[in-house]
Design a protein around this ligand. Structure first.
Ligand code: GLC
Length: 632
């Protein structure tokens, strides 16, 4: 059952697709109060009750014991001490109750942090809808919630192939070299990414013709080899006279404004940019149409970035900081003044005062950015997705975004942003998967091998062994870090063995995915969903159920030859490596299993079987008919 409670006049977020009559706020079933422009509600939790949800967020699958913040944030250091990442996924559930807050501004969640057995939710505004869902099981709650928000985005089949990215492949030769090196190493590949350097001075919808003189030719050459090139698009449009996208945006008044009606100007990769007001349908239509520049050249996949929006500095913020610094010229800096100055400069990025100075236009009315902050990235995705669907229909274009809000799950996927080459981030990715699925985001994954910092071959391999199962399987890393393409390391054979497994599983994974979208189901479930009465399964956050036949349990520690795994029932332990399959029956209980670096561990339930096809170097070359069955 779904009930809807409304306070004030909510801004339309387009998150839900079902009409649920509103009951006002009077009958809202949780203790609540309104004050200081905020709505606060709370509920008690049983001592051992699990709280699920919040999608892309740090920490565990069970959200208890921490403070979270729904406020899309460009934060490249994903440590446990943080509260917000790039997304705002306002869905939470405990017991037989699911709660979805349809609201585009900040929400704070204290889930057993201040008081162990109490959740307190603070909605920073008084215009919202809250949907309360009652069902008998967590899975039934999720399914009902997902029917409320509509079916998840399904990418093209090839988007399940292995993808290689780096910031950046600076020119056409670098791109060709990646493809050639993968081919020479006999490692399958379907996509190569173009990070910001393919553009001319980081201007969206341009190509740096010095670095990519025959971009069209490069795209076609790759396509003929069944490789898709995937360019990045950033939210901000570089301010530059003579650059038509900027001039059109400025002349038509399409950029976000300051209070006085002039354009808000912030600094991001391109330098000073205007931020398109994606919340306006005409701006979405305009920006969406710009993707044609690249689709006309044969591009059929994109990643949208920096759309929280990330702002390294605003013109005003930087000017103020420089003035403060000048005023301190010649002054004897004590520690207090020194740290203050440091904080002024460190605080320039993503500064709340800058967000508060930005304005959108909604239905002809000026609306402060802080009231709609979490809708910005989702609206950029919508701009692109609306164009793709109109122009190409469904399942044709790969589209995923860094920032997101529920609703955007119907239009594209997400990646989990700038993680690190840290072992802990294998598990962080694993924990995000079921939570993101609950919120409708099925096409997702982390930067495999880790984005920031130098990776090591064993870390990349263990990350990939989890990535074999994530819909988005992309190796990506940051500028200045050690090369981590699979062919860069001595033990290339190990990498081939792992990636071939993905191609063997690919038809199975894609069909599971499509079914999960059609049936509003999860691809990944916490073990506690399936074994609610098993105390070990309930607490397990290092393994996941996948579809109705499998369990996954990646190795996540350096120098480990395997791991301890808990089997909630008798299962067949399978090690997949290249075309080799090694099986062992294991009984319910705890086991230490050995897993070599070139092996992908998988656990298949007794009586279940999954199809494996012959691997191929591209998804397009897979023989989908010739399958053998892996029996559990
Ligand atoms: C952001 C993105 C990252 C990208 C970089 C340069 O940090 O999250 O994936 O490589 O910008 O475009």
């Amino acid at each position: 059952m779904i009930r809807r409670f409304t306070l004030g006049s909510p801004i339309c977020t387009d998150a839900v697709v079902l009409e649920v009559p509103s009951e006002g706020i009077e009958g809202f079933p949780f203790s609540h109060r309104i004050g200081n422009g905020e709505f606060v509600f709370s509920f008690d939790m049983e001592k051992d009750e699990i709280v699920y949800g919040l999608g892309e967020a740090i920490r565990g699958i069970n959200k208890r014991g921490w403070l979270y913040r729904s406020y899309c944030s460009d934060d490249p250091i994903h440590t446990e001490s943080k509260h917000a990442l790039y997304a705002a996924h306002n869905f939470l559930m405990h017991g037989k109750t699911g709660i979805f807050i349809d609201f585009p501004a900040e929400i704070r969640w204290d889930i057993g942090y201040s008081h162990a057995n109490e959740t307190v939710v603070t909605i920073c505004g008084t215009d919202f809808d809250i949907y309360v869902i009652t069902q008998d099981t967590p899975l039934a709650i999720v399914k009902e919630f997902r029917s409320l928000i509509g079916q998840s985005y399904v990418p093209p089949f090839w988007a399940f192939g292995f993808q290689q990215s780096r910031w950046s492949y600076h020119n056409a030769e670098a791109v060709q070299n990646v493809i050639r090196s993968y081919d020479e190493a006999n490692i399958p590949l379907d996509c190569v990414y173009l990070d910001i350097d393919y553009m001319e001075r980081y201007k969206n919808f341009t190509v740096d013709r010095e670095a990519f003189p025959d971009f069209e030719g490069l795209v076609q050459e790759a396509k003929a080899n069944n490789i898709h090139l995937i360019p990045i698009i950033d939210a901000g449009v570089r301010k530059e006279e003579g650059y038509s996208v900027y001039e059109e945006g400025r002349d038509r008044g399409y950029f976000c404004k300051l209070e006085d009606g002039s354009d808000f100007e912030g600094g991001v990769w391109p330098g000073i940019v205007g931020f398109p007001d994606f919340l306006r349908p005409e701006v979405r239509a305009w920006f969406g149409e710009k993707y044609r520049f690249l689709t006309d050249m044969g591009i059929d996949g994109f990643w949208n970035d920096m759309n929280e929006p990330a702002i390294f500095y605003s013109k005003k913020g930087l000017a103020n900081a420089l003035t403060e610094a000048q005023e301190l010229q010649g002054v004897d800096l004590d520690l207090g003044k020194f740290f203050h100055l440091k904080d002024v400069f460190m605080g320039l990025a993503n500064n709340p005062a800058d967000y508060a100075s930005m304005y959108h236009e909604i239905d002809g009315k000026k609306v402060n950015h802080q009231r709609v902050h979490n809708l910005y990235g989702a609206s950029m995705t919508r701009a692109a997705g609306e164009f793709f669907e109109k122009e190409f229909g469904k399942r044709k274009i790969l589209m995923f975004s860094r920032s997101s809000m529920i609703g955007a799950h119907r239009i594209g996927g997400i990646w989990f942003g700038d993680n690190h080459s840290w072992w802990a981030h294998i598990l962080q990715c694993l924990k995000m998967l079921p939570s993101a699925n609950m919120c409708g985001f099925l096409y997702c994954g982390a930067d495999l091998g880790g984005f920031s910092g130098d990776s090591t071959p064993d870390l990349v391999l263990r990350f990939l062994a989890l990535g074999v199962f994530t819909p988005l399987m992309r190796n990506h890393s940051a500028l200045g870090t050690r090369d981590q393409e699979c062919y860069r390391f001595d033990n290339t054979d190990d990498f081939r063995d792992v990636i071939l497994v993905r191609y063997r599983l690919l038809p199975y994974l894609y069909s599971l995915f499509v079914r999960a979208s059609e049936e509003n189901d999860l691809l990944f479930r916490p073990l506690s969903f399936d074994y609610p009465d098993d105390p070990i399964a309930r607490e397990c956050e290092t393994q996941l159920m996948l579809g109705d036949a499998c369990m996954i349990a990646p190795v996540y520690e350096q120098n480990a030859n395997g791991r301890t795994v808990y089997l909630p029932e008798d299962m067949t332990f399978v090690k997949l490596s290249g075309e080799r399959v090694v099986k062992e029956s294991l009984s319910k209980g705890l086991h230490y299993v050995e897993v070599a670096l070139n092996e992908v561990p998988l656990f298949v339930k007794k009586g279940k079987s999954i199809p494996l096809c012959k691997p191929a170097m591209r998804t397009a070359l897979l023989d989908l008919e010739a399958v053998e069955y892996l029996e559990g």
